[in-house]
Design a protein around this ligand. Structure first.
Ligand code: SF4
Length: 287
């Protein structure tokens, strides 16, 4: 039986960048507090915590006066930066540069349309940390839509600037944008700007995964319990290959899955470390 690792799997650039920043601080013997879970992968989090990383909630921030706090790849709203400044907290800003750029674009759009009736619309998950950071850059006035049913929240007679949370599925974003454009056009309003803001590191994975999932008898997908991106990418595998299994770590592997198989593909979410995917592949080979 062949076990093949998906060459496109492993951390995305933004998560890699944030983990490297945290590890550099921890290696220097610093106590690093991280605002929220740094990566949606418990195995990787356990490793960082073992090295001294302490995960804190927003409610704990005021108790960290003068300490070092890392802001993770998802980014934070301007209010959090302001609060940290007032508390004399030294910020390690590990916001993914792609997210920072999107925050700036939303901020520019918000200020340029402030005196008009412009509506900033974000396609994303209302409770996701990245969306809180994006919305903060629109003065917390953005309309958050997660599917076509939410389009009713938008006043289709007024101007709209549409953005997407970076990790949302690009195909669904396109469908939402098309549906909104149709509604606005029917209402005689063409004042719609659609920004391309889904991250290429995620949107490029879906088509590549479809082909990877079709090339193997069994797919083992490694992802965290809270990873929205993992859930989405796994559904892409499952839609192509019925024998796709989602696991969190090595203990979840069941050797019955591989009966009669010639080829097994191992892949994961953008928040799954490459070393964990390699460990899973080695374990399957041993079976
Ligand atoms: S998915 Fe893209 S935008 Fe999000 S952290 Fe990774 S590289 Fe950055």
């Amino acid at each position: 039986m062949k076990v093949i690792i998906d060459q496109n799997s492993g951390f995305c650039f933004g998560v890699n960048h944030a983990i490297k920043m945290a590890e550099a601080e921890l290696a220097a013997g610093e106590t690093v507090f991280c605002l929220g879970e740094m990566v949606h992968n418990q195995v990787q989090m356990d490793q960082l915590v073992a090295k001294g990383l302490k995960v804190i909630s927003m409610a704990e921030l005021p108790s960290l006066k003068g300490k070092k706090v890392l802001f993770r790849a998802h980014g934070e709203p301007p209010e959090t930066f302001q609060l940290a400044k007032e508390l004399d907290i030294s910020i390690i800003d590990a916001t993914c540069p792609i997210v920072t750029k999107l925050q700036q674009r939303i901020n520019n759009s918000y200020f340029s349309g402030k005196d008009s009736e412009l509506q900033i619309v974000i396609f994303g998950k209302a409770k996701h940390a990245e969306v809180a950071g994006l919305n903060g850059n629109a003065g917390n006035t953005a309309i958050i839509v997660s599917d076509e049913n939410d389009l009713g929240k938008i006043d289709i007679t007024k101007p709209v600037h549409l953005f997407s949370q970076t990790t949302m599925d690009a195909e669904t974003y396109q469908a939402i944008a098309t549906a909104l454009q149709k509604r606005m056009t029917e209402a005689g309003n063409t004042d719609l700007v659609i920004s391309k803001s889904a991250c290429g590191q995620v949107s490029g994975r879906a088509p590549a995964l479809r082909s990877f999932a079709s090339e193997h008898d069994v797919i083992v997908f490694v992802g965290g319990r809270n990873s929205a991106n993992g859930a989405y990418l796994f559904s892409v595998c499952k839609s192509i290959n019925e024998k796709s299994y989602y696991i969190h770590n090595i203990e979840d592997i069941d050797d019955q899955w591989f009966n009669g198989s010639i080829s097994v593909g191992v892949t994961g979410a953008t928040s799954t470390p490459g070393w964990l995917i390699a460990q899973v592949a080695e374990q399957i080979e041993r079976m």
